[in-house]
Design a protein. Structure first.
Length: 288
């Protein structure tokens, strides 16, 4: 399987912040929303507070995202995130400086009385800004470049079909029942640019002692359906009104991440079936 090599200019060829800039343009939904808000103007206390709160919220969300076991696939992914987080620190330092200036303007308008505590607070804001800027200046470039240059061989396939094939191989090795890769097209016939979120049409059947599971891609997500949930339709067709969506929607998700979740689903259902004999049911092994 091909290794994951994002088509980005390395920090040796551009400023360390270039990885962030490229990623911000590529993964644009949330970024675009913020940029549109700023473009329409943020000129009052409500806007300033809203932007500061949004920044705090997104910083917390980044912590949660990175805590996931599959949050990163390669050291180049890590370099891109590091680039973005250092930019965040730089903007945070700028915001602290601007906060000191804005508060000073309140005092200049005569709307804040003389206060030694206020003077100390403004000095603390300026000092924190300078400290953070110094940290970024000393560490950002070397850290981002080191992460980007570190060799990494994550087996991330190049398209949906190769992802399905790779997951089938992992399931075959890790599952104690039959695993069948069902190919729905001829070799080379799948065009990743034309799947419109429904993948290549191929799927993987996993037979367990209590059910049969089918792993596939549809509606821009990876999911699993259970044979027991199928409803027979006319002409022998089977329809599913329920399915289990996997935690990642990436077309080129790490195959092991997908295989682990699928095996977790099968194991959970197996344990649940055994619980009818009075055995306790463990927590699910994956997110579904």
């Amino acid at each position: 399987m091909p290794h994951h090599q994002p088509p980005t200019a390395g920090p040796d060829d551009a400023p360390w912040s270039a990885l962030y800039e490229q990623a911000a343009d590529r993964y644009s939904d949330l970024v675009t929303e913020v940029r549109d808000t700023v473009e329409h103007g943020v000129h009052d206390p409500e806007g300033s507070t809203e932007m500061a709160c949004a920044a705090a919220e997104t910083a917390g969300a980044a912590v949660r995202a990175l805590s996931d076991p599959w949050s990163l696939y390669t050291t180049r992914d890590a370099a891109t995130v590091a680039s973005a987080l250092f930019v965040q620190l730089r903007h945070g330092a700028d915001a602290l400086r601007e906060l000191a200036l804005a508060t000073g303007r309140i005092a200049e308008r005569g709307e804040a009385g003389p206060s030694a505590d206020l003077d100390d607070a403004l000095e603390a804001l300026r000092s924190a800004s300078e400290t953070v800027h110094g940290l970024v200046a000393r560490h950002a470039a070397t850290t981002v470049r080191a992460l980007h240059a570190t060799p990494c061989s994550a087996p991330v396939p190049a398209d949906v079909h190769r992802t399905v094939v790779a997951v089938a191989a992992l399931l075959d090795a890790g599952h104690d029942g039959a695993v069948t890769l069902n190919t729905r097209h001829e070799d080379g016939a799948y065009d990743p640019d034309d799947d419109e979120g429904f993948g290549c049409g191929c799927d993987v059947a996993i037979v367990a002692d209590h059910d049969t599971y089918t792993f596939h891609r549809g509606d821009s997500e990876w999911s699993v359906v259970k044979e027991s949930d199928g409803v027979a339709g006319p002409g022998g067709s089977v329809h599913y009104s329920t399915w289990i969506g996997l935690s990642t929607r990436l077309e080129t998700a790490h195959p092991q991440q997908l295989a682990d979740e699928i095996l977790g689903i099968v194991a959970y259902d197996r344990d649940e079936a055994r619980s009818t004999d009075g055995a306790p049911v463990p927590a699910p092994a994956g997110t579904f």
